[in-house]
Design a protein around this ligand. Sequence first.
Ligand code: GUN
Length: 293
Amino acid sequence: MQLLDGKKVSEDIKNEIAAEVQRMKDNGEKVPHLAAIIVGNDGASLTYVGSKVKACERVGFESTLIKMPSTTSETELLKKIKELNEDDNIDGFIVQLPLPEQIDTQEVLMAIDPSKDVDGFHPENFGKMALDMSTFIPATPFGILELLERYNVETKGKHTVVIGRSHIVGRPMSILMGRKGFPGNSTVTLTHSHTKNITQITSQADIIITALGVPNYLKAEMVKDDVVIIDVGITRVADETNPKGYVITGDVDFDNVSKKASFITPVPGGVGPMTIAMLLKNTLLARENRKRK
Ligand code: GUN
């Protein structure tokens, strides 16, 4: 079994980006600037956004964090997005999800200028991704592709089973694994809450990508020998023996499944840090695109 070490690979990527930012500075060029909007006080979301801002500092990007109260109206949020769209100093920005229920997420995502949509969630960018056109690939799927590529995990002709059809992970992942090229050329099954006999499907999978948010859901009995496991789950599970009061737990029963797997991502230290590194990569791309314009 080989660990797909997202912590290490993400450090390599951040070092590559930092070197590029240094080159920009040496040439007197503007460095990339990422902004993030967070609405409300969800602890996990605040932690994720904090990590994104910290990662910007680490590679030499500029960053702006905009915190809005949980009572923010859709109109107020759309106004803030318009400001960021028109701010020439901002190369890319994200709106952290989920949003409070009074706000229509799809309306918000459609208001983001596609050229600044470094999450790749705007329908124009999502459509381009599905058509193999150059665009921003959503950071978590992009990070998974990068891990498979850097560890040279064979995907051609393999049966990839994706668990969960979220717009952020499962849906784009199912498209990307089936497209021509590497990583890709897989035969993809997208499973979800209405899928019957899930074990029958997962036990035929060469590659399983699980993005469910149910701790320890995938058990050893559900997978075959030498399976490749990508665990996107990051759920906080209460644990009083831990100083934080919780432990981050993946969708996979790691101790048992890892005994059968050829490759597996740990949680934490797998997909999570890759997501942040690829958001930085998209922001660098946004900067380069704007410079060319
Ligand atoms: N919430 C969970 N993952 C993500 C992500 O990749 N981007 C944003 N904006 N919100 C998220």
